[in-house]
Ligand binder design. Structure first.
Ligand SMILES: O=P(O)(O)O[C@H]1O[C@H](CO)[C@@H](O)[C@H]1O
Ligand SMILES: O=c1cc[nH]c(=O)[nH]1
Length: 238
C-alpha cells in the first residue's frame, strides 16, 4: 500500500527510521553509512531509504521543514508502514552560551510557538517529551562513544526568521537550549500512536555569537550525530 506522500511498499520500512528534515541529508546518510541501502520512495523528492547498520535493518527519510510536513510523514510512517521508533536527526540554533557550533543536543522536551499540538488537545498546552527509553539509550550510547551531549528543552518554531527579536534571550532565560522546527510535532504524533520518538540535533547556528555552518555542511557533515543516532537505532535492546 502506498500513501499520497510515500510510494514505498508496505513492508519496505524498518521499524526504526532516522528523520532528517533535509531529504538530501537522508541520501547522504544512506549512501555513506548504510549497507545495501535502497531508495524506496521519492514522491515529491522526499527521499527515503532502507538498508542495514551493524547488520540491523534501519530506514532514513526526509521530513521537510516545519511541523506540518514532519507530522504528516511521521503519521504515515507509523500508521501505514509500521515504523515504531522515529529518530529525528536535525540541525538547530543554539540559544545557550555553553553550546556552540557542531555540539549535540538531545531534545528531552520541546516547547513551541505552534498551534499544531493544540489542534489535537482541545486548545490545551501539551508537554511534548521524548520517549524515555530512546533518550536514556542515546545518553548511554553517547557515553560509550565518548561524545558530549546536552540534554534539555528545545523550542520548535513555525518561523525560522522569527519576528521576536528577543527570542534567543527569552529562551535562554527559561533554560531552553536550542531552536528547531519539528520536534514538538513529532513527539505528539508518536505519543498518539504509542510509537517512540527522539530528536537528536546538531548546532548549525550559534544564535548568540552568530556563527553559522554552510548549506553544504548541513547536508553532508554531522558525522557525530549520525553515528550516535544509528547506534541508538540499532541498539539490541531497542
Ligand atoms: O536540518 P533540519 O533537520 O531540516 O532541521 C532544521 O533546519 C531547518 C531550517 O533550516 C528546519 O527543518 C529546522 O528544524
Ligand atoms: O530551526 C532552526 C534550525 C537551525 N538553525 C536555526 O537557527 N533554527
Amino acid at each position: 500500500m502506498t500513501t499520497p506522500h510515500i510510494q514505498a511498499k508496505s513492508d519496505q520500512f524498518a521499524e526504526t527510521c532516522l528523520l532528517p528534515g533535509d531529504p538530501l541529508r537522508a541520501k547522504f546518510i544512506a549512501e555513506n553509512y548504510l549497507q545495501r541501502a535502497e531508495c524506496i520512495t521519492s514522491t515529491r523528492n522526499m527521499l527515503g531509504y532502507s538498508g542495514f547498520y551493524n547488520q540491523r535493518p534501519v530506514s532514513v527519510m526526509g521530513t521537510g521543514m516545519g511541523m506540518p510536513s514532519c507530522m504528516l510523514y511521521a503519521e504515515e510512517l507509523i500508521k501505514d508502514y509500521g515504523v515504531k521508533r522515529l529518530i529525528r536527526v536535525g540541525s538547530c540554533g543554539s540559544t545557550d552560551p555553553e553550546i556552540g557550533l557542531n555540539d549535540i543536543v538531545l531534545a528531552a522536551g520541546a516547547s513551541t510557538d505552534s498551534n499544531a499540538n493544540r489542534h489535537q488537545f482541545n486548545g490545551y498546552d501539551y508537554a511534548a517529551i521524548a520517549d524515555f527509553d530512546l533518550l536514556s539509550g542515546a545518553v548511554d550510547v553517547a557515553k560509550q562513544q565518548k561524545k558530549t551531549v546536552k540534554v534539555g528543552n528545545v523550542f520548535s518554531t513555525d518561523s525560522f526568521y522569527h519576528p521576536n527579536r528577543k527570542l534567543t534571550a527569552m529562551l535562554n532565560r527559561l533554560h531552553i537550549l536550542a531552536v528547531e522546527m519539528e520536534a514538538a510535532g513529532l513527539y505528539s504524533v508518536a505519543a498518539r500512536h504509542r510509537a517512540r520518538a527522539l530528536a537528536i540535533l546538531t548546532v548549525s547556528d550559534d544564535l548568540i555569537t552568530q556563527q553559522h555552518l554552510s548549506g553544504d555542511e548541513r547536508e553532508r557533515s554531522f558525522d557525530t550525530m549520525i553515528t550516535l543516532a544509528l547506534a541508538v537505532a540499532t541498539d539490541s535492546d531497542g
